[in-house]
Design a protein around this ligand. Structure first.
Ligand SMILES: Nc1ncnc2c1ncn2[C@@H]1O[C@H](COP(=O)(O)OP(=O)(O)OP(=O)(O)O)[C@@H](O)[C@H]1O
Ligand SMILES: [Mg+2]
Length: 442
């Protein structure tokens, strides 16, 4: 069923497309000398009623030229043959429009936009080209994405692309939550647990809370307090420490606590052996995340900066460039970015300085281990009398992740026996398994 909200929205977009068709027709007439160069383009329609399309175009106070660009960016997604149809109507009036063979689904390019807005007038073309500049509002607000200027295709031939974000907002009125894909190798991570479940020493916990403070007050600091000109954009955090100490868990908790979506980027899918590809993949991620209230979480960042300091062969050299590129992108990004790493040795001062907050996640102390043990079991299970968690925490140095693995193992063993009681031998076996992963014996 077509709901009213879609109907009204479609109506407004349709009105704008009709207006665009008039502009195209007029531009062709001018181009072929049928109308004077000075003919003014028809003015943009004023919408009656409310729609998300109207809301967004008026919120940003789109100029007529920007509205033309927006429509061109939308066309491939809403009416891919629109330009072909208009072209047929203009060049061969009376011809049957349904003739699919002639339609190619023309991709609107920067050049087409400039032609419609400025014809052949170079001065005007330069003026309108600004709409596509990196600093233009359509780029900074995250409405348009353009290829890198350094790409092989000359700028004018580049397609005008709308971000998936605004495509959703303009057609659905909804926020876009991307799925994992080749162009967005990131997954949203969530947790049902709460900050109280995070067991950390007070210093580490304090630093984690600073992130929350930034997320809550950062905008006020940059805008109202005017520090935006003096401080780097966004907030960059480095998590480092041994495996299983709660880095990924903390990232998910911060998201839950602040209501922001956390996207965990799979760096193994980003890193490519082909030269230049890794950079391209990273650019796509940052483009999509631009201006979104997301937390970008680069987990296992070691996949990229494992080789940062050593320079051996040509391939290593590229690995280094890729790291510099990632760091540069991270630095420019205006949101919250967290990088997570296990490698302490590879992290030097110069590297640390790029982050506003570097948080070390140490192995838990005896007391912390005890708390992780105590809160880890299901409320449905109970421990055999012979089990002393104090003893386990005291005797076995395990990370929180390893403790959870033992709990999972011993709980499954109990379930297999159709029992609710956790057995001592399963606990000991579970610990032995965790130790053997690290080449340790119990
Ligand atoms: N400090 C902690 N407090 C409470 N639970 C913890 C803590 N550390 C780890 N855990 C538990 O262990 C699980 C695994 O930890 P997590 O995946 O966050 O470790 P990590 O530091 O990201 O490890 P890696 O470096 O291998 O990615 C968590 O989901 C959580 O249940
Ligand atoms: Mg992790």
């Amino acid at each position: 069923m077509v709901t009213e909200r879609y109907k009204q929205n479609a109506q407004h977009i349709q009105e704008d497309l009709l207006w665009l068709e008039k502009i195209i027709t007029l531009r062709f007439e001018i181009h072929h000398g049928k109308k004077s160069e000075n003919t003014t383009l028809p003015s943009a329609p004023k919408f009656k009623g409310e729609s998300f399309y109207k809301e967004i175009t008026s919120k940003f106070k789109f100029t007529a030229a920007e509205r033309v660009v927006l429509l061109l960016a939308l066309i491939p997604h809403i009416k891919p043959y629109f330009l072909d149809d208009v072209w047929i109507r203009i060049s061969a009036p009376g011809k049957i429009e349904g003739d699919k063979l002639q339609k190619v689904g023309t991709m609107p390019s920067v050049d087409l936009a400039l032609f419609l807005l400025a014809g052949d007038d170079l001065e005007k073309r330069f003026y309108y080209r600004k709409i596509f500049d990196q600093e233009s509002f359509m780029r900074t607000a995250g409405i348009l994405i353009m290829e890198n200027e350094s790409a092989d295709t000359p700028f004018l031939q580049q397609p005008i692309r709308i971000t998936p974000d605004y495509l959703h907002l303009l057609t659905d009125g909804k926020d876009y939550k991307p799925d994992f894909s080749i162009s967005f190798p990131a997954k949203r991570i969530t947790t049902n647990r709460s900050m109280e479940d995070l067991i950390l020493n007070s210093r580490t916990l304090e630093q984690v809370k600073e992130i929350k403070s930034w997320i809550t007050h950062g905008k006020t600091l940059l805008d109202d307090w005017g520090l935006g000109d003096k401080l780097a954009p966004g907030y960059k955090i480095l998590f480092y420490g041994p495996p299983g100490t709660g880095k990924t868990f903390t990232a998910a908790l911060i998201g839950r606590d602040t209501g922001l979506d956390v996207y965990r980027v799979d760096l193994s899918m980003v890193v490519s052996k082909y030269i230049g590809e890794t950079e391209k993949n990273l650019s796509k991620i940052f483009d999509i995340a631009n201006n979104r209230d997301w937390i970008l979480f680069f987990d296992e960042a070691d996949a990229l900066f494992g080789k940062r300091t050593e320079l051996r062969d040509a391939h290593d050299r590229y690995a280094n460039q890729e790291v510099s590129f990632l760091l540069q992108k991270v630095e420019e990004h205006n949101g919250v970015v967290i990088l997570s790493s296990n490698l302490r040795a590879n992290i030097d001062e110069a590297f640390m300085r790029r982050f506003q907050n570097t948080i070390y996640f140490p192995m838990p102390s005896v007391e912390e281990r005890l708390r992780i043990w105590q809160q880890g079991f299901s409320v449905k299970s109970k421990l055999d009398k012979s089990i002393s968690l104090e003893h386990f925490s005291d005797k076995y140095e395990l990370s929180g992740g390893a403790i959870m693995n033992v709990i999972r193992y011993a709980s499954l063993k109990a379930l297999e026996q159709q029992k609710y009681t956790i057995q001592l031998k399963d606990m000991v076996n579970g610990i032995a398994r965790e130790f053997s992963k690290e080449g340790r014996t119990i």
